[in-house]
Each structure stands twice: as C-alpha cells, then as structure tokens.
Ligand binder design. Structure first.
Ligand code: ADP
Ligand code: MG
Length: 384
C-alpha cells in the first residue's frame, strides 16, 4: 500500500536555505483493518496499537503544509521493496512492528540497514522500551522510583517477599492497554498464578507482576535534545537544557468500564464519549510533584537513550510518591485523541507544528538540515 501525494499548502514557497530541497517523506505505519477477521489464536485485543489510516493522513497533511512531498508505506513484509522504489529522504516512523520480542524496533533496524534517516528513537531504545521489565531494571539500577516487580515466565515461580497484595499483572511487552482489564489486579496467590498463566499463554510472552499502585495516574511528554535549537522550527519552545516539558496530563478512569485502570477498553473510547476517561491537562498538581514528575520523566528518557520525543507514564503509590510505569518512545499521534497531542494542544501547540518538530529534529540529526548559527554563549559577567 503506498499513496504518494504532492505538497498542498507550502508547495509554492521555496524551501528554507538550510535544506537543499524539499524532502521526500515516507510515513511508515501498521494499520488496523477492522474489516478483516483476526488470525486464530491471538487475544481479542491483538493489534490494538496499530494506527488508523486517518492518523497517517493527518501526519502526511501536517508535513505537506511545510512544502514536503509525502507517501504512506505500510510497514509489512514488503516494506524494504517499497522503500527502494520510493527512495525517501527520511521516514516518519510510527510503525509498531509485526510480532517477535522487540517488534517496535523492527522498522528502525531495517532503516538502519538501508541507511535511511527516520524520526525518533533508534533500535536499542525501541527494543528495550517495549520490554517493561528490562526498562524497569535499568531505571531501578539508576535509582528511579519504580514499584517492586517480578517477571513470571511460567506462572509457577516463587513469589518474591517484597511483592505485597494487591498486585498488578500485565504482559511485559505490549502497549495501548493490551492485556490490561479489571482482572489484572489480583488479591491473592491463586488469582496471581491464574492471571499470570493467562497472560503468558494468551500473549505468548512473560507476565510482569508489580505492586498495585493505587494513586493518581499521570503521563508526561517531552521533546528535544541538547542541540535542538540548531534545528528546531520553534527554538523558543525549549529550556536552556534543550528540552521542552509538555504539560502534565492526568487520566481519570473512575467513570470508565475499568474504574481506576487505563485499560484497552478505556483507551478505545473517543474523547468525551460516555465511558471515556477524563483527560485533565494541565493536571492540577502541587508544584513540587510537578517538578518531580518532569524530572523523573526526563531521567527515564535519557537513561534509555530515547531521542527527540517520548511519553512516560506514572502512578502514585500508597504514600503519594510517583512511580514510573513505562516509557513510550513511539507515542500515539492521533490528533485530538492521543495523550501527547492532548498535551501539546493544551498549551497551544498546533498538531502540524508538533509533527514538523519531530521531523525537523530527526532531519537535523541525520544531516538533512544545516545547523542554525546560535549567538555565542554569554560569558558570566564579573562581579563588581
Ligand atoms: N503497577 C500498577 N498499578 C496500578 N495500575 C497499573 C500498574 N501498571 C499499569 N497499571 C494500569 O494499566 C495501564 C496500562 O499499563 P502500562 O504499563 O502503561 O501499559 P500500556 O503499554 O498498555 O500503556 C496503566 O495506564 C495503569 O492504569
Ligand atoms: Mg501506558
């Protein structure tokens, strides 16, 4: 599947002098096809993290407003051939991959092999971030606050003494609330083993067992990197360290089908629909908590070598302290619906600018854009 279109709005203006010409941009995605029956043996929420074709169209439209040419290429087995034919200057990657233990890293790995530039995080980050257990081991090693956890591969493991009920059981390598419903919260060992075995069998992967975090839920987005101002279309967005902290989003799920849990069922509801979560952005939080959430989110991003953009999910523990749950280096980008888009919108960042910013940061890293000269750093003045 591949549809090329010519630029719409920016087409008659010349490209910026910092680029040789407008780019050919391929948007790479896996698409939900609800008309097709699911293959046998997959769980009911399989492929929930795939995108709708309208999201791809929105990304293409956003990129075209700046004058570039775009095409959509389906990230399936034919991707290498389609890339050779289209010869993109750069790919805008939102592909979730086709199975295996690190599917979100498949497309980045292919693009590295073909030496084609692409947006966002690279192979290692996408591989590790999909694996919530590995991610938490790295964070725990560097003293970021995570809930006590244990990975189950058979369901018969001895339960570690630090795991106190209630516990929470989820697939170690999924997203979009897959495998998460009211049965994910377990009260005793019988329920724990039953749920762990269900997850292991249905999702064909380990089950991650964690202390249940009963507090408020937040997600924190960030854009940037230390040299961002040389390439950004909006250098004014960024703090002195090169990062832009998006407003914190609180997710209230009490009125959803899965009260207290941001499940697949809750995530599937459209904004404002009955049973949809309430999205509060900016969240009403004490400045001290806000500071901690932003600080931990950026540390979590940097420790996994995430690049240019990510979203980190948090919940508060029983004592009100934030705990990192997971990082999304490929955050959803559906306008008006995905968490990162809601965060950007809440501070007046237009969807087009968010998408173009992700593209320009990548273009800068891959040498498609001349760095902008920055004024020399001011030397600290002498005290008089
Ligand atoms: N340890 C936990 N305690 C309480 N709720 C949790 C815990 N881990 C996950 N959840 C709930 O499950 C949801 C999905 O979990 P998460 O790890 O973020 O996976 P996904 O990749 O599907 O977003 C979270 O948004 C949260 O509501
Ligand atoms: Mg999550």
């Amino acid at each position: 599947m591949s549809e090329t279109s010519t630029p719409k709005n920016g087409g008659d203006k010349p490209p910026s002098p910092r680029m040789k010409r407008y780019w050919r941009v391929a948007v790479l995605a896996n698409i939900k096809d609800e008309s097709k029956p699911k293959p046998e043996g997959v769980p009911p929420d399989a492929f929930a993290d795939y995108d709708h074709v309208e999201t791809v169209q929105s990304i293409q439209n956003a990129i075209e407003t700046d004058g570039h040419e775009t095409t959509f290429i389906l990230a399936d087995e034919n991707l290498p051939y389609a890339l050779k034919e289209y010869k993109p200057d750069i790919c805008f990657n939102i592909a979730e991959g086709l199975g295996g233990d690190a599917r979100e890293a498949q497309v980045p790995a292919l693009l590295e092999m073909l030496r084609i530039p692409y947006t966002g995080s690279r192979v290692l980050t996408n591989a590790i971030a999909l694996d919530k257990t590995l991610t938490k081991r790295i964070w725990r090693d560097r003293n970021l606050p995570v809930a006590p956890f244990q990975e189950f591969t058979s369901g018969d493991e001895l339960v570690r003494p630090e795991l106190k009920y209630p516990l929470f059981v989820k697939p170690a390598r999924e997203g979009t609330g897959m495998g998460v419903d009211m049965h994910a919260r377990v009260q005793n060992e019988t329920e724990l083993r039953e749920r762990a075995k269900y997850v292991i069998n249905a999702y064909q992967q380990p089950a991650l067992v964690e202390t249940f975090l009963p507090g408020r839920e937040f997600t924190v987005g960030q854009l940037g990197r230390p040299d961002v101002k040389r390439f950004s279309r909006h250098p004014e967005w960024y703090d002195a360290d090169g990062f832009h902290r998006l407003p914190i989003l609180e997710l209230k799920t009490e009125k959803t089908a899965t009260p207290g849990i941001y499940s697949h069922a809750a995530k599937a509801q459209q904004l404002g629909e009955e049973g949809a979560p309430e999205y509060i952005c900016p969240a009403e939080v004490e400045p001290e908590l806000a500071k901690k959430l932003h600080h931990f989110a950026l540390r979590g991003h940097l420790l996994l070598f995430a690049t240019d953009v990510s979203r980190v999910d948090f919940r508060l523990d029983a004592d009100g302290n934030p705990r990192l749950i997971e990082i999304n280096p490929l955050p959803g980008l559906t306008p008006g619906y995905s968490d990162l888009c809601i965060q950007a919108e809440s501070e007046g960042i237009r969807y087009e600018d968010l998408i173009l910013e992700i593209l320009y940061m990548a273009a800068g890293r891959w040498g498609l854009l001349e760095p902008r000269e920055l004024p020399p750093m001011k030397k600290p003045g002498k005290k008089k």
